[in-house]
Design a protein around this ligand. Structure first.
Ligand code: HEC
Ligand code: HEC
Length: 301
């Protein structure tokens, strides 16, 4: 064999070993990151049985905490993402139907899933936004669980979740925060209730449990949504600087129709199909709260 070819062969061979070794490294390392288990003591909340509370739970699960945005209108679950790079991300069927988990979960298991993004066996749950939901009051959490328990069974057997190679590398680099269990302290007690009404205080509660802060950022100044689809536009600046040209009416129009003042339709990453079900008082509360946050330039913390 010609010396140059032989050398090239050795270089290519070495490169292949390096690539394979680092891929194996990513696989082993990410398995450790993904496989980390949490021990969370059961927490209990009272689960109401009256129809008013169940209706309140349904409203919260749709308009405010947006459980249906991910789990589907009938809570029967779905495949959220499926491609070679990211893998197959499956949202659980949380009904009592075939393939559903409701029959296997106790109420405390559902509390753990919602507040901690952890399954009964300690496994981290993908995508469950516990950093928002840990702010739910016991009363609202109980109403949501009562609603989940009340929905008709949906038969929907889903394939297992897989985490693709690009997602693994991103998780290992701390660039894909899909496991919220890793981001919270797990020691926050269930907070005292915030009285519902058209007040800035209640608006702050909605903005936190409703994911406005989760997507628009801790200071609400907007920016890239770290765990979102890379194709999504950045979230908008909702501080007084970002909404300088907004009137309250423009704001409710966005939440009800997904359209800006100029009539331009927002990207579906902004969950207006859920926010449109917020009541007038809830919209007013969030508007009042947004007027109280410090003005920031786009993406500034
Ligand atoms: C951003 C998307 C998203 C939202 C919003 C969301 N979930 Fe989930 N949820 C998921 C995904 C994905 C899974 C499956 C996670 C896994 O298997 O790793 C899941 C799993 C669950 C489970 C199953 C836990 C288990 O042990 O198998 C329950 C119960 C649940 N969610 C309840 C809720 C409730 C109640 C809400 C609203 C308060 C909600 N979820 C909001 C994405 C979401
Ligand atoms: C899942 C992520 C997500 C959640 C949750 C979310 N938003 Fe958004 N929002 C976005 C994105 C992304 C955009 C930008 C869409 C675009 O540019 O087309 C946006 C745009 C907006 C706009 C338009 C601003 C402008 O530029 O004209 C308003 C107003 C808004 N959101 C308010 C809210 C409020 C209030 C909440 C909570 C009740 C909320 N959003 C929850 C992702 C989110």
């Amino acid at each position: 064999m010609n010396v140059i070819l032989k050398r090239t062969g050795i270089v290519v061979g070495c490169l292949a070993i390096v690539v394979a070794a680092s891929a194996a490294g990513v696989f082993v390392g990410s398995n450790r990151a993904i496989g980390r288990k949490y021990v969370i003591a059961p927490e209990t909340v009272a689960i109401p049985a009256d129809s008013i509370s169940i209706a309140r739970g349904k409203h919260l699960a749709r308009a405010i905490t947006k459980c249906v945005h991910c789990h589907g209108d009938n809570l029967g679950g779905r495949v959220l993402v499926e491609n070679g790079a990211m893998g197959r991300w499956v949202v659980a069927n949380i009904t009592r139907g075939k393939g559903g988990v409701a029959g296997m979960l106790t109420d405390a298991d559902i509390v753990r899933a919602v507040r901690h993004a952890v399954a009964p066996d300690g496994r981290k749950l993908l995508q469950m936004p516990a950093e928002s939901f840990e702010n739910l009051s016991a009363e609202d959490l109980g109403a949501i669980i009562a609603y989940v328990r009340s929905v008709p069974p949906v038969d929907n057997e889903l394939p297992p979740t897989t985490i693709g190679p690009v997602a693994r590398a991103l998780i290992l680099a701390n660039k894909l925060p899909i496991y919220r269990a890793d981001l919270i302290t797990h020691t926050r007690p269930i907070p005292a209730p915030t009285p519902a009404g058209p007040t800035a205080e209640y608006g702050k509660y909605i903005a936190s449990v409703g994911g406005c802060i989760g997507c628009h950022g801790a200071t609400l100044s907007g920016g890239k949504i770290a765990d979102g689809d890379p194709a999504w536009p950045p979230a908008a600046n909702l501080t007084p600087t970002g909404l300088a040209k907004y009137t309250e009416a423009d704001f409710t129009t966005v939440l009800r129709t997904g359209k800006r003042q100029n009539g331009l339709q927002l990207h579906d990453a902004m969950p207006w199909r859920m926010t449109k079900e917020m009541t007038d008082d809830e919209m007013k509360a969030v508007w009042l709260f947004l007027r109280t946050v410090p003005p920031k330039e786009f993406g500034h913390h």
